[in-house]
Design a protein around this ligand. Structure first.
Ligand code: MTE
Ligand code: MO
Length: 360
């Protein structure tokens, strides 16, 4: 389905929602056919010849761009960036308390690609974005989601300051291929360092405003609600909107419950820091967090991509409980338990990942 590998873990066929097999995430760049896919409605078909991008709002000269114009007037900029869905590891939150109505994603709602496109900042400059009165940049796409009542097209917004940063792209290329339809082709937004929800696919409108987007996916969904709230009856504006990603890490080489031979054991994983932060250290504990061993960090492809890590140990026969934690360059680290983070929609679980192995 959608040219994805057979070992993707499919949560829903329509709308299409599938997580990456963990084994595919050990490469720096995730192959397109293993890249996770998160959709809230049917995937639209937008031929390049018919695609248009309207750029308006608090700008001097609103303009509608064709694909040729967007892809030739602003140069080609490449950014290697990791996308992570705010629902990654929701399943562990649901173990704490029920999260009805949401797919229970495991650890595979994260992937990395080399994106190519125009810098959003250059397009905003070309139309004369008002840096005095403008504060947000809203995106809209034509895919209609029945999750909103009444059904609504997908949208969202980011602060104008972030939109003007050079890493934010209007991308038409992914891993040296034209951006595929399932990943937002012909053109999508890529907002490195932010929750995946803001990287709006099939983008057809960019609007500079003084307020965040009032689209359902910005005003009602993708928000951290107080634990006592009912996710089914949320007033727009309730809770805290998700924007930058929190520091996180996870295991990739092994899964909870795996059996391994005794002797030398190498465990690997990835760590990912949020907007403008670098991964500074990853530790692994063999005793539920009482003591820690520092893992080796690989060089990241870019400051917007994950860093893989590894640790080699001698594993004795018996149960082995592994826990990991990452620190960013401000010394921010991850909370210990999913219980501390539980929220009604099950977002942003960056608690310590834990796996239990049987050795021997
Ligand atoms: N138009 C549109 N853009 C969207 C979405 C969507 O449903 N519609 N899903 C968002 C979410 S929640 C995520 S995590 C990323 C996933 O991008 P991918 O499917 O290319 O992995 O796209 C974002 N952009
Ligand atoms: Mo997402």
């Amino acid at each position: 389905m959608w040219n994805k590998r057979g070992d993707m873990r499919i949560h829903e066929r329509s709308p299409f929602n599938a997580e990456s097999p963990l084994g595919a995430l050990t490469d720096d760049i995730t192959a397109v056919d293993a890249f996770y896919s998160r959709n809230h409605g049917p995937i639209p078909e937008l031929p390049i010849a018919r695609w248009r991008l309207r750029v308006d709002g608090l700008v001097a000269t609103p303009r509608t761009f064709t694909f040729d114009e967007i892809s030739t007037e602003f140069g080609v900029h490449a950014v290697t960036a990791t996308l992570q869905c705010a629902g990654n590891r929701r399943a562990e939150l649901a173990d704490v308390r029920d999260i009805p109505g949401e797919d229970l994603w495991g650890s595979g709602a994260v992937s990395t690609a080399e994106w190519r496109g125009a810098r959003l900042a250059d397009v905003l400059d070309a139309v004369g974005a008002d840096r005095t009165h403008g504060a947000h940049v809203c995106f809209e796409a034509p895919d209609v989601s029945a999750l909103a009542d009444p059904p609504q097209v997908y949208g969202g917004s980011i602060p104008l300051a972030k939109a003007l940063s050079p890493e934010v792209l209007l991308a038409w290329g992914m891993n040296c291929e034209p951006l595929s339809r399932v990943h937002g082709g012909p053109v999508r937004v890529i907002v490195p360092g932010y929750v995946g929800a803001r990287s709006v696919k099939w983008v057809t409108a960019v609007t500079v405003t003084d307020q965040p987007s009032d689209n359902y996916f910005q005003a009602s969904a993708y928000r951290i609600l107080p634990p006592a709230d009912d996710a089914g009856s949320v007033a727009p504006g309730a809770g805290i909107p998700l924007s930058t990603l929190p520091i996180t890490c996870d295991f990739l080489s092994h899964r909870d419950g795996d059996r391994v031979p005794d002797g030398l054991l190498t465990v690997t994983g990835y760590a990912l820091a949020g907007d403008g932060r670098d991964v500074a250290r990853v530790d692994v504990s063999l005793d539920d967090g009482r003591s820690w061993h520092q893992a080796e960090l690989d060089q990241p492809r870019s400051r917007w991509s994950w860093r893989h890590w590894s640790l080699t140990m001698t594993a004795a026969p018996g149960p082995l409980r592994l826990t990991a934690r990452a620190f960013d360059d401000t010394a921010a680290t991850q909370p210990e338990s999913a219980a501390a983070l539980w929220n009604p929609k099950g977002y942003a679980n960056n608690s310590w990942p834990r796996i239990h192995l049987s050795v021997g």
